[in-house]
Design a protein around this ligand. Structure first.
Ligand code: FAD
Length: 465
């Protein structure tokens, strides 16, 4: 029997229930239908390389662009396929398309089945005592842990692939004029093998000290698995099992491993949040924030995007993002807070910029995280808690290594003034070759004034509550 497997954000061979089911029936036609609106600009770079790796691994991949239903209906007829399988996706637009496709193919007599594979638990599985949706992370994660170990991941299966040629170049996913992605290649290896190499390196080494080290952008304690997870080159169930294996061999890793799995838990939390609140990318979850008097300042937005705010940690983060398609989580929180609170620019502008520049751009994680920082989201940071970008830098990049890497024009400054160059004596600036306003910007806003303005804006939210 011939089955078609539709790949989306599950670009892997192992622990792929749709692929395993198809392989057990007979010949497999692996298909990827490119839906451009599902990807930001940086993510397209990743997609190109991930599809290339998958096609090599499978021995071919049929690549098309268009509306999935139309494309799949055509392929079913052309290739004599009697079954179509896929692993579920959870974004509102994807769910709507898949529901329609399931009904249409089913009505045409095709066997259609979808599988869980991209989360530890299905978004409707973990419920509060009264059967509702969790809006606070800690009880959600406790309920997940109580639900028992997630299903065991599936091993790789042997495949008889037919009809597949990989025409990935035709999708035109890579930037050319200019090629702004030159910084990505040296840092990342998209694909299933790259994902496993990263997980193994992390579990054998960097996980030690993750609990506190995960807040240090100048150190290497985080896994950097986010783009691999977003594209499904590795599944959370596989990660779960590997973490358990490591902890069985090295029990001293347990504390750090628990914290790491709790971050995977935030991914679960964000996905169930988007599933139950499909307008999360458009609407404040707390509608009182609709009253916030956002500023309209294109100059400030551009300075933020380009890493030219005059606040070194903010600028370092925005430049790391531009050059590598990634930003450390602590710095993501600082730059997001700066945009929303210091500049009073709507979180949607930040969310859109991240969508276009992050390799791990993910509708659930990105949306939930921006609303979390804004204070309008689920279990959110209170709005009145405003990060001071200078003290954050002193605390989490104490020696200035991260700032020096991404803001080299400040590298020669002594650490004492590196986090706040505007406080440096003129002679110190001169000796370090720094001219504020010329080689590095003056701060675009004053911290104290910006904080006061943000809090005044928040009064409108309080009165709308
Ligand atoms: P690790 O610390 O090694 O964590 C392991 C995995 O857990 C991550 O790969 C990720 O899948 C998940 N995870 C960790 N933290 C979070 C979190 N706070 N929320 C949800 N999942 C989490 N993450 C994305 O994957 N895509 C995004 O588009 C995205 N946008 C963000 C926007 C803002 C404003 C903020 C503050 C955070 C955002 N995050 C996003 C969450 C987080 O910053 C990244 O997942 C993390 O930095 C990825 O690095 P890592 O893989 O080394 O993380």
């Amino acid at each position: 029997m011939r089955s078609l497997v539709l790949f989306r954000n599950d670009l892997r061979v192992a622990d792929n229930p749709a692929l395993t089911t198809a392989a057990a029936r007979g010949e497999v036609l692996p298909v990827f239908v490119y839906e451009p609106e599902a990807y930001g600009a940086a993510a397209k770079w990743w997609l190109h390389h991930s599809l290339t790796a998958l096609a090599q691994d499978l021995g071919g991949l049929l690549v098309r662009q268009g509306e999935p239903l139309e494309v799949i209906e055509g392929l079913v007829a052309d290739y004599g396929v009697d079954a179509v399988f896929w692993n579920r996706r959870y974004e509102p637009a994807g769910i709507a398309k898949d529901t329609e496709m399931k009904a249409a193919l089913g009505a045409a007599g095709v066997v259609v089945e979808s599988f869980p594979g991209n989360l530890l638990f299905e978004p409707w599985q973990i419920k509060t005592g009264s059967g509702g949706q969790f809006k606070v992370f800690s009880p959600f994660w406790r309920a997940c842990l109580k639900a028992g170990a997630p299903a065991a991941p599936l091993e790789r299966t042997s495949l008889a692939v037919f009809g597949a040629t990989a025409e990935i170049d035709a999708l035109d996913l890579l930037p050319t004029k200019p090629d702004w992605a030159t910084g990505f290649g040296p840092v990342w290896t998209p694909g299933e093998k790259g994902a496993w190499a990263r997980l193994e390196h992390f579990l054998s080494d960097d996980i030690k000290g993750y609990k506190t080290g995960r807040d240090r952008p100048d150190q290497t304690h985080v896994s950097r698995l986010s783009p691999h997870l977003h594209f499904g080159e590795i599944s959370p169930r596989q990660i779960w099992r590997e973490v358990q294996r490591q902890c069985a061999m090295y029990p001293s890793k347990q504390g750090d491993a628990d914290k790491f799995l709790a971050e995977i838990g935030w991914r679960e939390f964000s996905h169930q949040l988007l599933f139950h609140t499909p307008d999360l990318p458009e609407q404040n979850l707390n509608r009182a924030f609709d009253a916030y008097p956002w500023a309209d300042n294109p100059g400030h937005l551009t300075a933020w995007q380009k890493g030219k705010t005059g606040y070194p940690l903010v600028d370092a983060g925005m430049r790391e993002l531009w050059h590598t398609g990634y930003m450390h989580n602590r710095v993501r929180m600082v730059v997001a807070s700066f945009l929303i609170k210091h500049l009073r620019i709507h979180w949607k502008h930040g969310m859109n910029w991240f969508w276009d520049t992050l390799l791990d751009a993910d509708l659930a994680n990105n949306t939930a995280s921006w609303q979390w920082v804004a204070g309008s989201g689920a279990d959110a940071a209170p709005y009145f808690r405003i990060f001071n970008p200078t003290t954050q830098a002193q605390k989490f990049d104490p020696n200035g290594d991260y700032i020096r890497k991404w803001c080299p024009e400040l590298a020669a400054l002594p650490t004492k003034v590196l986090h706040a160059p505007w406080e440096a004596p003129a002679l110190v600036l001169l000796e370090a070759g720094v001219t504020l306003g010329a080689t590095y910007p003056h701060p675009i806003v004053d911290h104290k004034e910006a904080r006061a303005a943000a809090l005044a804006g928040y009064d409108t939210v309080k009165s709308a509550q």
